[in-house]
Design a protein around this ligand. Structure first.
Ligand code: CP
Length: 329
């Protein structure tokens, strides 16, 4: 049984096949791909796109989805081993995951980084506990470390907009924020671009290094495909010649768990907000996973530019997730 936890659990060729499958489904193929299948979606954090696009994918292809909001309409869940559960979490994943597995054909879990302890977040303990105790496939709807559903939808969008990803110039640029945010999306963006055989540049201020294991994997996929992989602190020169400008804020690895210092750092780097001058070519596409804070992360004029493809990205979540679920099930 395979899960969909990390892009690193799949070969680039398998990921490319999933993108091809997503495009086939979008074009009207296999309308019964999920017939009779039931998915439990377990949310520890809020969502707009993920919640609706996965439920829609299940319904559109003949299945059904049940949504649980942990701590809202469902019990708070513990996942650590050997803890005395005398606090706010009355149920353990060790029971919850196998119970849900008896009812449903797959589980999908959203669990953001805690943003207090970098090593704990890097271990991705909560979603890995679900995978350990479930007896059906588990889908990552964004965990502390990765957002692989977003990555696959992004790859599909690049293919559609540029007529193929191979050899294109992919630039991931850091942007400021109004509060500390996780690294899952930039991790998946880096892996996606490397798996899709693009030349990859990642621009961020000093102190905003991404996870070393993810960067190593992206670098090695680029090397295996004969593509360039580069890290830089120079945003404007990184943007020059980009076919894809992917914008995302993330918190500083050096200021992890220090919200006030983090906010001060965001203020110091306010000039990293993306504007139309960062779109250096008439054909550059501007990408962001959404939600996006206008005029903090990206300026109105860039988000409202015809080169901005964020709504297409969001739509493709539906088709990408249908492809993932039909593959797992
Ligand atoms: N991009 C994304 O995952 O959006 P939501 O947080 O709204 O699900």
């Amino acid at each position: 049984m395979r899960h969909w936890l990390s892009m690193m659990d799949y070969e680039p060729a398998e990921l490319a096949a999933l993108v091809a499958r997503a495009r086939e489904l979008k074009q009207g193929g296999a309308t019964d791909a999920l017939r009779g299948r039931i998915l439990a979606m377990v949310f520890f954090n809020p969502s707009l796109r993920t919640r609706v696009s996965i439920e829609t994918a299940m319904l559109r292809f003949g299945g059904h989805a049940i949504c649980l909001n942990v701590g809202g309409d469902s019990w708070n869940l513990e996942h650590r081993d050997s803890v005395v559960m005398d606090g706010e979490r009355p149920e353990h994943v060790k029971e919850a995951a196998p119970v849900l597995s008896r009812y449903c054909d797959a589980l999908a879990v959203r669990t953001f980084a805690g943003l207090k302890n970098l090593a704990e977040d890097a271990a991705d303990g909560l979603i890995r506990a679900f995978a350990r105790y479930a007896t059906v496939p588990v889908v990552n709807m964004e965990s502390a470390m990765e957002h692989p559903c977003q990555g696959l939808a992004d790859w599909m969008t690049i293919d559609e907009k540029l007529g193929g990803a191979t050899g294109r110039q992919f630039v991931l640029t850091w942007a400021p924020q109004a509060k500390a945010v996780p690294m899952a999306v930039p991790h998946s963006a880096a892996l996606t671009a490397a798996a899709a055989r693009m030349d990859v540049t990642i621009a961020h201020p000093p102190g905003y290094e991404l996870n070393a294991a993810i960067i190593d994997r992206a670098r090695s996929w680029c090397a295996a495909h004969g593509r360039r992989f580069e890290l830089t602190h120079d945003q404007m020169s990184a943007c020059s010649g980009a076919d894809v400008l992917y914008v995302k804020s993330w918190g500083s690895s050096a200021l992890y768990g220090q919200p006030e210092a983090q906010m001060e750092s965001f203020r110091q780097h306010a000039s990293w907000m993306v504007t139309p001058r960062h779109l250096t070519r008439p054909t550059t596409i501007l990408m962001h996973c959404l939600p996006v804070r206008r005029n903090v992360v990206i300026a109105d004029a860039a988000l409202d530019d015809p080169r901005c493809v964020v709504v297409d990205q969001a739509e493709n979540r539906l088709w990408a997730q249908a492809a993932i679920l039909s593959r797992l099930l």
